[in-house]
Design a protein around this ligand. Structure first.
Ligand code: PGA
Length: 254
């Protein structure tokens, strides 16, 4: 059985490197005992080098929260995929809804996916509808997010792809506001269907689909077992070591 995957997205937190080290220290011991769960920590760019250099373990791998679509050059403020690779980053979150809210569209997300895959890192493609409407147009919306992002992505590159389904309306709240497991499962089936329209079934089925949006220790168990996801993308709960470690051990036992 494939390992489950839990990605901690720290977003623009914490404010100091001292705090970043403290949170990381609080997670690494619990992570070292895991056998069935892979852990990715995605801190802000500025904390990556010191966390990577200071970590001697093997269980945690590092992720970035964003990337430029260009390789190098005159792009003020941007960080490129080759730079991230050089830092030791293995996963890159692409198209998070908070980036999309700042203006990223499907075309830009597509270029970023290619940039990450071009460096043989894993792209964590985030998709998710802003709201649910009675006519269910969110299915079309999600399909466009997937189809555009994966345009010209070769079947062999799908080994390095993870899809994180994060309905925007469920992000940053608390466990009771997360999507219901049954609905998550329905979305997983839908995403798989879109993937099988684009790729051979075997390849399409191999892409891990994560859920994100108010995952906490209080709902992790039902979400993982009934939602039938390959893991989680965790936001606020990943900044509290105790809470995050509880999620890790719940998934390890599930
Ligand atoms: P949340 O964030 O767990 O705080 O809802 C999830 C995310 O935005 O990735």
């Amino acid at each position: 059985m494939k390992k489950k995957l839990i990605i901690g997205n720290w977003k623009m937190n914490p404010v100091s490197s001292r705090e970043a080290r403290k949170i990381f220290t609080g997670i690494k011991t619990a992570a070292s005992a895991l056998k069935k769960v892979g852990v990715v920590i995605a801190p802000p760019f500025v904390f990556l080098p010191e966390l990577v250099k200071g970590y001697r373990g093997k269980k945690i791998v590092f992720g970035a929260q964003d990337v430029s679509f260009e390789q190098k050059g005159s792009y003020t403020g941007e960080v490129s995929a080759p730079m991230l690779k050089d830092f030791g980053v293995k996963y890159v979150i692409v198209g998070h809804s908070e980036r999309r809210a700042l203006g990223e569209n499907n075309e830009l997300v597509h270029k970023k996916v290619l940039s990450v895959l071009g460096q043989h890192m894993t792209a964590v493609l985030c998709i998710g509808e802003r709201e649910r409407d009675r006519d269910a147009t969110y299915f079309t919306f999600l399909k466009a997010q997937i189809v555009t992002a994966l345009r010209s992505v070769e079947p062999t590159q799908l080994k390095k792809l993870v899809i994180a389904y994060e309905p925007v309306w469920a992000i940053g709240k608390s466990a009771k506001d997360a999507m219901k497991p049954h609905d998550i499962h329905q979305m997983v089936v839908f995403i798989r269907k879109v993937l099988t329209e684009l790729y051979e079934k075997k390849v399409a089925l191999s892409v891990p689909i994560l859920y994100g949006g108010s995952v906490e220790s209080g709902n992790a168990e039902t979400l993982i077992t009934e939602g039938e996801v390959a893991g989680f993308l965790v936001g606020h709960a990943s900044l509290e070591p105790q809470e995050f470690n509880d999620i890790l051990s719940i998934v390890e036992r599930s």
